[in-house]
Design a binder for this molecule. Structure first.
Ligand code: PHE
Length: 491
């Protein structure tokens, strides 16, 4: 007979029926009984009421005592009639410290110091090990201990209380001792023979979840990326081509007015490419102007006043920021006959020679927004950042003055994260310097505001990850990728 029907029979013959009792009667796992009860409940054949009960069980140490005797009894029995040196006793008997003090306070042993080194001797000729007896009763399911004794054993970590959740069962409205098999399919045979009229059909379960379709699953980072892309597109931004991971120092640094001796241009921070090690195809007229502004200044700037070298600008590297792409785009824009205002964005990989830790990897994604128009200033930057981050679900921002070689003023962006209840740094921004824009040939009244952030950071916040390695690299759990729902930033 199936377990479901056995439960029904049992319920038919007994009045107060508890699932724990059935489990022990049937010699079955309690969880299996509970599972069967749930399906009987769905058929309204039984009803159940959850009950909590607690029971005292032996701990691992308690089991040892129930087997070998209490620590004090073990210690007592190991003392030879002539006594034993205390040091020796403490070294050889397991749990001697507890055993010794308990045996002393029970008056089972004594210390004889008459011969110099302390000698432990039996004080009584026999003992009754009540701890052992009590624990063996508990083991058999007999619990007649007084509250104080039980508490003492609990303190000695011999007993522990376990709380059990079980169910009291009673007969439901559809109670019977046999389970009618309900039809799940209406077949053409049933229709042809008319048998459907007398058959009982299983009701539809409209709460059942559908089967997940077989399909590929996007990595969380890609899902966040498409959310960002959507936000930029909604705001009227155009995507910049970001397919050049290898970039020259010229576009990555020099075009951005980053001096050639800047520490970021060191191999400790940047991955230089050895094959091919250099680039040579630059718009030379522009390059000359970049050289000029670095070494001598111009456009109202005194420059850095150093000996700018083309060899340094030619060095190939893995781009350290997507601002290299923005520089290329702005240069292209400057070559237009008539300037037209533009809104650009990019989301792609950048590379930095970082020491790796829980929140830093040597490669990550940057999200960057750039707006070029006449007469832009800090107020426009604040406005566009507010509009952008609002769409990401951050409606409270704070700014901190910062420094970038290519922007002035520059601001770090902080957002108040309501989930984490604290301010988090989420990006960097600024107004591009004339020393960067003017050599490109952009009209002098055109200003460009821009901001950048990482894609990984919001992804970690969104998916509740505190280690970036859970998101990128060999330790990524593919099941995590599979299980993750569609990403919707809370906006
Ligand atoms: N390039 C900056 C970075 O790597 C981000 C940034 C972009 C700052 C645009 C200002 C303007 O952090």
């Amino acid at each position: 007979m199936e377990i479901n029907e056995r439960i029904l029979h049992y319920l038919d013959k007994n009045v107060k029926v508890n699932t724990l009792q059935i489990a022990s009667e049937f010699n079955e796992d309690h969880q299996i009984i509970v599972g069967a009860v749930k399906s009987l409940e769905a058929l309204e054949m039984v009803t159940s009421e959850a009950v909590k009960s607690s029971r005292w069980e032996l701990t691992e140490e308690g089991k040892l005592v129930a087997d070998k005797g209490s620590h004090e009894a073990v210690l007592y029995r190991s003392i030879p009639d002539a006594g034993i040196a205390q040091a020796e006793l403490m070294k050889t008997v397991p749990n001697a410290k507890v055993g010794f003090s308990k045996a002393m306070s029970s008056g089972w042993i004594l210390i004889d110091k008459s011969g110099g080194a302390p000698l432990v001797k039996k004080k009584v000729s026999n003992i009754v090990d009540t701890v052992y007896d009590h624990l063996n009763e508990i083991k058999k399911g007999i619990d007649i201990l007084s509250e104080s004794v039980r508490n003492e054993y609990k303190k000695r970590k011999l007993l522990q209380e376990v709380v059990l959740k079980s169910f009291m069962l009673s007969k439901g409205p559809q109670f019977a001792t046999t389970i009618k098999k309900l039809e799940t399919d209406l077949t053409s045979d049933m229709l042809a023979s008319g048998s459907w009229k007398s058959l009982e059909f299983k009701p539809y379960n409209f709460d059942a979840l559908g089967q997940a379709p077989e399909s590929g699953h996007l990595h969380p980072l890609l899902k966040i990326r498409s959310e960002f892309r959507e936000i930029f597109l909604e705001m009227g931004f155009k995507e910049m081509p970001t397919n050049m991971y290898v970039e020259s120092s010229f576009w990555n640094f020099d075009a951005l007015f980053q001096p050639q001796q800047h520490p970021a241009r060191d191999a400790h921070d940047t991955f230089f490419v050895s094959d091919p090690p250099t680039s040579s195809n630059f718009p030379m007229e522009y390059l000359e102007k970049v050289k000029q502004v670095h070494s001598q200044g111009g456009y109202g700037s005194q420059g850095y006043r150093y000996d700018w070298k083309i060899e340094e600008a030619q060095k190939n590297l893995l781009r350290t920021h997507t601002t290299a792409v923005s520089a290329r785009m702005l240069y292209q824009l400057a070559q237009q006959k008539e300037f037209t205002p533009q809104k650009y964005f990019s989301i792609d990989k950048v590379f930095r020679n970082e020491s790796l830790d829980a929140t830093h990897l040597a490669e990550f994604h940057q999200v960057e927004g750039v707006v070029a128009a006449r007469g832009l200033g800090l107020a426009h930057l604040l406005g566009v950042l507010d509009a952008f981050f609002r769409r990401l679900g951050f409606d409270t921002l704070q700014f901190k003055p910062a420094y970038n070689p290519y922007t002035e003023p520059s601001m770090e962006i902080f957002a108040f994260h309501t989930g984490l209840a604290r301010w988090i740094e989420i990006g960097n921004s600024g107004v591009f310097r004339p020393e960067m824009l003017a050599p490109m040939g952009l009209p002098r009244d055109v200003a460009v505001i821009a901001w950048g952030l990482s894609l990984e950071r919001p992804a970690m916040i969104k998916y509740g990850l505190d280690n970036i390695r859970a998101l990128v690299g060999p330790r990524v759990d593919l099941q995590m990728v599979y299980n993750n729902p569609i990403c919707r930033l809370d906006k």
